[in-house]
Design a protein around this ligand. Structure first.
Ligand code: AMP
Ligand code: ZN
Length: 467
């Protein structure tokens, strides 16, 4: 299996430390708001990796849930995102974390992402984080300021491991502007922050340095090493984590253990909107629920993500989502026909099925080339090479990785509505166009009385017969 390693800037043959179990750590959600579909793109790519690895090795996959300590600004300034949400929603930080964690995993499951072996909440690992900061303190990597315990990045020679020397200088230059006067270097970061003197935080803990809360970066180092040991095979995340979060994770972990922290750093590119970056804190984001409300199935979105390589940016548009939806539905229709044909005329499965599987697997093992793997699927389905029984066997295998529910009964083409119902729908469309919402509501009530539910979507009215 070949994987592109951010640290070495090239595709490498993946060799696990231990053939008996591959270890993988993926940065998880900060649960102060809904996840957007950009975040979910990253989890889909990680799922493709997890499923492909499992073809060869048992996998221990750990993901954290950041429920404290992620500050609004990367420069260790600003408030904790969780506490900001508290003010916004009038709930406790604990309730907010619980609520958004549940919502996150509902989306995660709906997109058929395989649950990690271990899901670890930051708030349940404060002791491990304190222990790690203590080790760093003993080894002389830390210093104290008025607001916390900081990591001195000038003491760690490999600090440029992920970003490279020249880019690091650039980042340092940029960070200098917002640097507090107590920081020794612009890239230094908080390991432990003190609670403000004038305000009681909802989430805070005692520590050898005073009451406070952990920095975001120390969370991942502490939890990754607790569950996976000092050296991990694969560490994943979105591309935005390379220059700060993962760079800091390396600095903390390697300074503490004296061992290499991660063998393969694998990062997924962003999903972008035409208007630019999709960002949770900026408030401009599309969620899976937004897509559902517009009549899409979560797997339509998964298909869309599979059409782009994980290391290329993907621009999100509803046109591309529509075409992903159409392709997925067409693929399910083909699959249903093939399955029916295979039942009608059972045929011998020759090693042609194995060859098709190998071709598919080779695409996935070439740094997760999902677009190529999808092309192999279409070729197998439409081509005459495989008999129906072989196609069924191949499709079952491919769907074990793609997880697109290919054997789900395809959606029926919408049935024509009875003429009198269609007339009411048209009248309602006219009323809505004329902004006569009273009339439109009356017509909706008439339709409901006749047993038809109407949903308004950007594509127009969606009418369904109540079952
Ligand atoms: P967060 O909950 O903000 O910590 O992010 C969760 C994951 O989503 C991280 O791996 C991020 O790198 C990733 N991520 C954030 N924004 C995007 C985006 N627009 N496209 C793809 N991945 C993203
Ligand atoms: Zn992380």
């Amino acid at each position: 299996m070949q994987l592109y390693n951010t640290e070495t800037h090239r595709k490498e043959e993946f060799k696990p430390l231990n053939e008996k179990q591959v270890t993988m750590y993926c940065c998880g959600p900060t649960v102060y708001n809904y996840a957007h579909i950009g975040n979910m793109r990253t989890y889909i790519f990680e799922d493709l990796l997890s499923r492909t690895l499992r073809l060869h090795w048992p996998l221990k996959h750990v993901m954290n849930v950041t429920d404290v300590g992620h500050l609004v600004s990367d420069a260790d300034e600003g408030e904790d995102k969780m506490e900001v949400a508290t003010a916004r929603e009038g709930k406790s930080a604990w309730d907010i974390a619980k609520f958004y964690e549940e919502k996150f995993f509902a989306d995660y499951d709906a997109l058929h992402c395989t649950r990690p072996t271990v899901i670890s909440r930051a708030t349940a690992h404060i002791a491990e984080m304190i222990a790690l900061v203590k080790t760093l303190e003993e080894k002389g990597y830390t210093y104290r300021t008025r607001d916390g315990i900081y990591y001195d990045t000038s003491k760690f020679p490999r600090y440029d491991a992920l970003v490279g020397r020249s880019r690091l200088e650039g980042l340092r230059g940029g960070a200098r502007v917002e640097m507090s006067d107590e920081k020794k270097n612009p890239t230094d970061f908080a390991l432990w922050k003190f609670s403000p003197k004038d305000k009681k935080r909802q989430m805070e803990w005692d520590s050898p340095w005073g009451v406070g809360f952990p920095g975001w970066h120390i969370e991942c180092s502490a939890m990754a090493m607790k569950y996976l040991g000092p050296t991990i095979d694969i560490h994943c995340g979105g591309i935005d984590h390379v220059s700060v979060h993962h760079t800091n994770e390396i600095a903390q972990s390697e300074a503490a253990t004296g061992r290499k922290y991660v063998d393969y750093w694998v990062h997924g590119e962003f999903l972008v909107l035409r208007a630019g970056k999709m960002s949770k804190s900026g408030g401009t984001f599309v969620t899976l629920q937004t897509l559902r409300d517009k009549g899409y199935d979560p797997l339509d979105y998964r298909y869309l993500c599979l059409t782009a390589h994980y290391r290329t940016q993907l621009e999100f548009t509803y046109e591309s989502l529509d075409s992903a939806r159409k392709s997925l539905q067409a693929l399910r229709r083909e699959t249903a026909q093939i399955a029916a044909a295979a039942q009608k005329q059972p045929a011998v499965v020759t090693d042609r099925a194995a060859q098709a599987k190998a071709k598919f697997q080779a695409a996935m093992e070439d740094d997760l080339n999902a677009p190529k793997a999808l092309a192999v699927v279409w070729e197998a389905v439409r081509g005459a090479e495989l008999n129906p029984a072989e196609k069924v066997e191949f499709l079952k295998f491919a769907d074990g990785i793609l997880a697109l529910d290919l054997f789900r009964a395809p959606e029926k083409k919408p049935q024509a509505l009875p003429a009198e119902i269609e007339a009411l729908v048209q009248q309602r469309a006219a009323a809505r166009a004329a902004k006569d919402y009273q009339k439109s509501d009356e017509l909706r009530a008439q339709l409901a009385a006749a047993g038809y539910a109407v949903k308004d979507t950007p594509q127009g009215q969606q009418v369904e017969k109540a079952s």
